[in-house]
Design a protein around this ligand. Structure first.
Ligand code: ADP
Length: 156
């Protein structure tokens, strides 16, 4: 059976925390689609094209990983792609409560899709895109939080 999973997020920007979840999730699936959700209400620091390009660069030699953007419900995107799994990372009890509500809502919307959670690596749990954005906006060195393949490409 072809096990396809979607890892949804904004990746604004992608961090080593995201990469850890993707790399640890990969052995569970045949194919993983990194889904960059476009929310018209949300303001992003980095344009969609750059966020896609960074993820494609990081996984250019991993044929089992695809990078795509989508609008609308994540479960609809999963159905469109034939994905039966959603992969999410949990960093804290706050993440857990939020993710539980989203996952249970998704279960009502689509009975066929299961969300798989992976707990953050303790050393990476404090890393979030929003804090990394603050570091970048304020002229700090964000390189410890960014995958090395794209460290030099990330400038606001
Ligand atoms: P969203 O816009 O949905 O919050 P993000 O791009 O911030 O998306 O994150 C996508 C996924 O990656 C989420 O499941 C989030 O919990 C997870 N994630 C983000 N940072 C980390 C981290 N440092 N460790 C583990 N998981 C993380």
């Amino acid at each position: 059976m072809n096990k396809i999973s979607v890892f949804p997020g904004s990746f604004d920007p992608v961090t080593i925390g995201h990469i850890d979840i993707i790399n640890r999730g990969m052995p569970l699936f045949d194919k993983l689609i990194i889904g960059i959700g476009i929310n018209s209400q949300k303001k992003y620091l980095f344009p969609l094209e750059r966020r896609i390009a960074w993820l494609k660069k990081i996984y250019e030699y991993e044929p089992r990983i695809e990078v795509e953007s989508y609008t609308g419900l994540t479960v609809n995107f999963c159905e469109q792609k034939g994905a039966k799994y959603i992969l999410r990372g949990i960093r804290s009890s706050g993440d857990f409560e939020f993710e539980r509500a989203v996952s249970q809502t998704n279960r009502v919307l689509s009975r066929n899709i299961e969300t798989i959670f992976i707990l953050a690596n303790p050393s990476l749990a404090p890393i979030s895109s929003s804090i990394v954005r603050d570091v970048i906006i304020n002229g700090g060195d964000a390189s410890p939080f960014i995958p090395e393949e794209i460290e030099k490409l990330i400038r606001p």
